[in-house]
Structures are given as structure tokens and as C-alpha cells.
Ligand binder design. Structure first.
Ligand code: 3NM
Ligand code: MG
Length: 522
């Protein structure tokens, strides 16, 4: 028997013999192809066959896995594992209990346990499981009646628990993992927690036309950081003081003017026009394109994407997810504005889906929107999209919440309000600029997202500085516009605001940085 301490869990194949997944392929051939492609662990899972057939198939599979030096585990059936003499079993919460399985199979057997909440993780880890199958990460047609969809944040939470408890148990995640999300899930789950030891897949290999190629690609993906990982905020960037970030603001603003980066807006019906004009005023090149199929071509142009959920629909949500994936694959920055995130059940769910659907470089929202994006906050009830701070939390509590969220997501989080809070998980910067007229005109929050997208597109190597530059340019332009004698109220404010955004950009290009003296950042 192989030494179970040296087992590689990085690409864990779970078999499925149902026609819907296996098709008319032969299971043993699929498993052998997958092993050639680089699968490192195999679980034989067959919920339907008679015991005699199970033992016969498991024997054939074991002969194959042994050739590749890879363990074979049997789902649920300790008796089948014993009959075959393979390396162990995988047990679900409704199967035989861990202690009994261990007593029957002995210490040298590998025993894995399915776990989807802290209690199950705790029981299995302290009960002597060798590894945990944590899921269900994403909804999947492969397994009916999955107990709970935990998402990447649920996965992070359970891994974080294991890190705190110091348990040596190995971990794989399962449920809807495939080539489009494997690298990201592995990378994201490692933020505050312990890294996963691997991913477990069924359909991504068994249902593939070419299981060997599918396995080879997945093996590559679990080992390779996703494209966007190279330009996430560094600890040094995240830890800077206000002065350190402020020093970069003119360069960022100038670079936007030089490069005219694409600002790809998937935004709501209310603000299409003003958002495009704001993008032009700050020097970016706007495109308002809500059709997800276009995103791959647009992402190749080197700009940034803004997903603004202001008028979310089921079709719109699918478009956002496609675009998010396209920009993640291209390594292009994504700004997400979860408009009205907590206001309705639909928006809460859409927010969760988007946050779990990819990597967000800059998450921007008001207090209730951002709190809804925190792991604890998906229950927060919010009134309208303009819902203001409820005043029940101190500035310090809010700062802690945005910092924790940015650490978890390894990104930049902006919580707008009278004082805006900005952080990449280190220092929390407070920006005290802006004017009340901004709150009296529709779409100003949305246009801030557009402005930030222009900045991060032009300055992707430092998204915190780019975000602060966008905030300051935007809010100081509002102050200067509001003070103009021709501005009498919110109506006359809008054109003056566009003028001042443009004027400040031009002044910056010409070396006049007087506007920046108004910056109140601490
Ligand atoms: N167990 P696919 S989800 C076998 O959550 C299994 O415990 C799950 O299939 C769990 O990789 C699942 O095709 C099926 O999504 C995973
Ligand atoms: Mg089971």
C-alpha cells in the first residue's frame, strides 16, 4: 500500500457512470486517459450499480490507478474498498461514520469526508479524516440535492477555520469546478485562509470529449496563478500612508489623458449618457456595451470593465458573468458597483453570484451595498439604491469592515459616503471631498465607477493609487463646479461638473496641480 502522507490531491477525479455525464465512453478508458493527463487521485463513485458490479469495476480501476501510482478511493462503500484492497474511501455525511470506517479500514487507509459547514469540517478534521471534500462550491447539475452552495466565500471561511485550528487535514473543493474557474478558485481561496490542496471534478473530465486533454489543462490551471493575480495590490501598496498615495495622483490622471483607455460600461439604463460623457471628460474612451458576447473582443483592447448592477435582469446577470470572465482571462481590471445590493432578494442574490463569478479588482458602493458584500452582510436589508448610512456603525467599525473585505477579496474596496473609505486591505484611507450636489443628481455614483475604471485601466500596476486618483478627480471637480457663480443648483451643476472634470484633466496635463491642494485624504 502507498504511503498516504505523500498523496497528491491537486487534481482529484470523481467518476460518474451515468449516461448524462459519461456518455457512451468506457469508464476505465476515461480514467486511464485522465491519469495520462495528470489526475493525481481517483474516487470511484457509482450510486446505482449492484455490489458485484461495483467490485468488478473497482478492481479494473485499481489495476489502472496502480500503474500510475495514484490512489483509488471508493465512494461510500467500505466493503467494496476492502474487497478490492484499494487505498481508501470517501464518505458523505449520510454514509457510514468516520470512526467506524477507520476502525474497519485501519490507520493506513485514506479516508476522506464531505463537509459543507464549520461543524462538519470540525468533526471530520478532529475525527481523523485524511482529507475533506469541501463543497458544494458552485451549483452543478452533476449531483442532485446538494445540501448547500457555499461559493468561494464559504470555501474561504471553512479554510480559514482550518487555518485557525491548525488542523493538518488536506482539502479539496468540489462542485462546478472546471477550466473556467479552477485557477481563480484556488487563488481566491488562499487569501485569508490556508491554500487548498487541490480541486475535485466530475464533469469537467468525465463529460469532456477528450478527458486526457481536459485533465492536462486542469492540472496546468491548478498550478498557475490566474492572469489577474500579477497585478493585485501588494502589501507595500496597501500599507502606504495618504501622502504616499497622493503623490501618485497626478501621474495617474496624466496617464489616462495619454492613453485614452477603453472604459467598457455595462451599466444601467438611467446613466448610460452621463457615464459616457464623464468617461470622455476624464480622458477615457467609453463604450456602453451590455452584451456579454462582445466582452472577449473588448477585453483584448486593454481597457477596464465596469459592471453596474443598477437595472439587473436575469439576462443582464448572465452578460455580466460572461464579461467578468473575459476580463479576468485577459487580466483586465474590473470595477463592480453592486447598486442597491441589499435592497431586494434578487439583488442580494445577483451580488453574491457576481462576487462568486470572478475576481473584482475594485468593489465600489455605499455603506449598505458594501456591507451586503461582506460574508456576514448578505442579510442586511437596505431600502433604496440611494440608501444612506444608517449611523449605527462607527467610522472605525466601517473601516474594519472594508479592510477585512479587501483582505478577503485581495482587491480594492471603496465605501462611499460623506467620508469615503478606500483600502486594499492595509491602511484605510478616508477621503473627505465632494459636494452635496453629487447626491442630488442621478447616476453620480455610477459615474464614479466609470471614472475609477478609466484610472485603473491606465494605471493597472497600482489599483489603490488609481482608485484614489479617480475619487479625488471626481469629487474635487464637483466642489469646484458647485462653487461656480453660474451654478444655481443640481441642474446647472451637471454641465459645470463635466466642464471641471475636463478642465482639471487639462490642467494636470499642463502641470497645474492647484486642484489637488483641495484633497482631504487621511
Ligand atoms: N459532491 P462537477 S458536488 C460528487 O458538494 C459531488 O459534496 C459534491 O460534479 C459535494 O464537478 C459533486 O461535475 C458533483 O460539478 C461535482
Ligand atoms: Mg456519499
Amino acid at each position: 500500500m502507498m504511503d498516504k502522507g505523500s498523496v497528491d490531491y491537486s487534481l482529484y477525479l470523481v467518476t460518474d457512470s451515468t449516461p448524462a455525464i459519461l456518455g457512451d465512453k468506457d469508464l476505465c478508458q476515461v480514467v486511464e486517459a485522465a491519469l495520462k493527463g495528470g489526475v493525481t487521485c481517483v474516487q470511484f463513485r457509482d450510486k446505482k450499480s449492484d455490489t458485484g458490479d461495483l467490485v468488478a469495476t473497482a478492481r479494473r480501476l485499481h489495476a489502472i490507478t496502480q500503474k500510475y501510482g495514484v490512489p483509488l478511493l471508493i465512494n461510500d462503500r467500505v466493503d467494496v474498498a476492502q474487497a478490492v484492497g484499494c487505498e481508501g474511501v470517501h464518505i458523505g455525511q449520510d454514509d457510514i461514520d468516520l470512526a467506524t470506517a477507520r476502525k474497519i479500514l485501519g490507520d493506513r487507509a485514506i479516508i476522506g469526508v464531505t463537509a459543507s459547514n464549520i461543524n462538519e469540517v470540525h468533526e471530520a478534521a478532529t475525527g481523523g479524516a485524511d482529507y475533506l471534500g469541501i463543497g458544494t462550491v458552485f451549483a452543478t447539475p452533476t449531483k442532485e440535492n446538494t445540501k448547500s452552495i457555499i461559493g468561494v466565500d464559504g470555501l474561504q471561511q471553512l479554510l480559514g477555520y482550518l487555518r485557525t485550528s491548525g488542523s493538518p487535514v488536506k482539502t479539496v473543493c468540489i462542485g462546478g469546478i472546471n477550466a473556467t474557474n479552477a485557477a481563480r478558485v484556488v487563488w481566491q481561496s488562499a487569501s485569508l485562509s490556508r491554500a487548498l490542496d487541490g480541486i475535485a471534478v466530475v464533469s469537467a473530465i468525465v463529460a469532456a470529449a477528450d478527458p486526457e486533454a481536459a485533465a492536462r489543462e486542469l492540472r496546468r490551471l491548478v498550478r498557475t496563478p490566474p492572469p489577474f493575480a500579477a497585478s493585485v495590490p501588494t502589501p507595500a501598496q496597501a500599507g502606504r500612508s495618504a501622502a504616499g498615495v497622493l503623490a501618485l495622483v497626478p501621474d495617474v490622471v496624466r496617464r489616462v489623458a495619454e492613453r485614452r483607455p477603453l472604459s467598457h460600461n455595462m451599466t444601467n439604463l438611467v446613466v448610460q449618457n452621463i457615464a459616457a460623457n464623464v468617461a470622455l471628460a476624464v480622458g477615457a474612451s467609453p463604450i456602453m456595451a451590455n452584451y456579454g458576447e462582445e466582452a472577449r473582443d473588448l477585453a483584448a483592447l486593454g481597457g477596464a470593465l465596469v459592471v453596474n448592477m443598477g437595472t439587473v435582469t436575469p439576462e443582464g446577470l448572465q452578460n455580466y458573468l460572461k464579461a467578468l470572465r473575459a476580463y479576468n482571462d485577459a487580466g483586465g481590471p474590473v470595477v463592480f458597483d453592486p447598486v442597491g445590493a441589499g435592497a431586494t432578494a434578487v439583488r442580494r442574490s445577483a451580488t453574491k453570484t457576481i462576487l462568486n463569478g470572478g475576481y473584482i479588482d475594485v468593489l465600489k458602493g455605499n455603506q449598505s451595498e458594501i456591507l451586503t458584500c461582506t460574508p456576514a452582510g448578505s442579510q442586511t436589508q437596505q431600502r433604496g439604491v440611494d440608501s444612506a448610512a444608517d449611523g449605527s456603525r462607527s467610522q472605525a467599525q466601517l473601516a474594519a469592515a472594508v479592510r477585512d473585505l479587501a483582505q478577503l477579496r485581495r482587491n480594492v474596496v471603496v465605501m462611499t459616503g460623506k467620508t469615503d473609505l478606500v483600502t486594499a486591505g492595509g491602511a484605510v484611507l478616508a477621503v473627505d471631498n465632494g459636494h452635496e450636489y453629487l447626491g442630488m443628481v442621478t447616476g453620480t455614483g455610477c459615474c464614479l465607477g466609470t471614472t475609477v475604471s478609466a484610472m485603473v485601466a491606465a494605471w493597472p500596476e497600482d489599483k489603490l493609487a488609481a482608485t484614489v486618483a479617480g475619487l479625488l478627480l471626481y469629487e474635487i471637480a464637483a466642489e469646484i463646479a458647485a462653487e461656480r457663480s453660474d451654478v444655481k443648483g443640481p441642474g446647472t451643476f451637471v454641465p459645470a461638473f463635466l466642464d471641471e472634470l475636463y478642465n482639471m484633466r487639462q490642467a494636470t496635463v499642463n502641470g497645474d496641480l492647484s486642484w489637488l491642494k483641495r484633497a482631504r485624504v487621511s
